[in-house]
Design a protein around this ligand. Structure first.
Ligand SMILES: NC(=O)c1ccc[n+]([C@@H]2O[C@H](COP(=O)([O-])OP(=O)(O)OC[C@H]3O[C@@H](n4cnc5c(N)ncnc54)[C@H](OP(=O)(O)O)[C@@H]3O)[C@@H](O)[C@H]2O)c1
Length: 269
């Protein structure tokens, strides 16, 4: 019989965390070993079974005890950045692989994530969708194939999203910047207002719309003098991300998975 991959969902009481718990619980080759929540938060001590309808019959309570992150257990991380980094330290301490699906990390956090990846397997997934992994690849190729075309990225999300532009918009920006040999930190323009003057040739625009319950949409525009190419991905259900989380946990939990920094591109093959 195949070995079960043990998984802990961190941020388990949140919108995405609940769906991840449900999908992990239902996956025959994964075992939901823990639901990590914020100490003192409404989720602490809640029955795991209460987090999603599919979890009826699942034993245990949601916990704030970091001890639930133990050797070999894959952590599916969707708590806020500061908490996620604390959990990453615990994962290094015990030797647990981590799928970092949280977004909103600051530029300075990247070094900590890369240092962690030298000691444990880390899968950095600002978007767990396999379709978005393909979108990033297409955007990279289009940016290289149409060198003079202006690049703009538009993302739409629900009203409660905290960070902007989205982690996926940044990932798209990095991909197109790399394809053109540009520096995203220098060339990104995240908002325009007032007398901003003509658009710079190398600008990479990242624009954000927030409203209602939009799960997530991203479009990369490549605008030339006589034509415009638009590459769009639309998420239709949060279960898309949960399914990607299961695929990522399966990938990272393979016996013998070496330390390193992985992405959904590796999962998608
Ligand atoms: N990679 C992807 O594909 C993808 C897709 C969608 C969303 N996301 C990202 O995933 C994250 C969560 O999104 P969401 O919509 O689920 O947000 P959410 O509903 O606000 O969930 C976040 C959860 O984290 C909990 N939390 C806070 N501190 C914690 C701690 N120390 N330990 C454990 N849990 C803690 C929060 O609890 P309290 O409410 O008690 O504070 C909350 O339940 C965001 O960064 C979002 O951008 C990623």
């Amino acid at each position: 019989m195949d070995v079960l991959i043990e998984v802990v969902v961190s941020g388990a009481a949140g919108r995405l965390g609940r769906r991840l718990c449900a999908h992990v619980y239902q996956a025959p080759d994964l075992a939901l070993m823990g639901a990590l929540v914020r100490a003192g938060g409404a989720g602490e001590g809640a029955l795991v079974a209460s987090l999603a309808p599919e979890l009826a019959g699942c034993a245990g309570v949601a916990t704030a005890d970091l001890g639930v992150i133990s050797a070999g257990r894959v952590v599916l991380e969707v708590s806020p950045p500061a908490a996620a980094l604390t959990h990453l330290e615990q994962a290094i301490e015990v030797g647990a692989p981590v799928v970092l699906a949280t977004t909103g990390f600051e530029a300075g956090h990247q070094a900590r994530i890369e240092a962690a990846a030298q000691r444990i397997p880390v899968l950095l997934a600002p978007n767990l969708s396999l379709g978005v992994a393909v979108l990033i690849d297409l955007a990279r190729r289009a940016a290289a194939a149409l060198p003079g075309y202006h690049l703009e990225i538009l993302e739409l999300h629900h009203a409660k999203k905290r960070d902007a532009p989205s982690g996926t918009a940044w990932a798209l920006g990095r991909a197109v910047a790399e394809a053109r040999g540009q520096d995203l930190e220098r060339d990104a323009i995240c908002a325009r207002a007032g007398d901003v003057g003509p658009r710079g040739q190398d600008e990479i625009g990242l624009q954000s719309i927030r409203g209602g319950d939009i799960i997530g949409e991203h479009t990369v525009y490549l605008v030339g003098p006589t034509e415009r190419l638009e590459l769009t991905h639309r998420a239709a259900s949060r279960d898309l991300f949960a399914a990607g989380g299961v695929a990522a946990a399966r990938f990272l939990g393979q016996p013998g998975r070496a330390p390193g920094l992985y992405g959904m591109r590796d999962v998608a093959g």
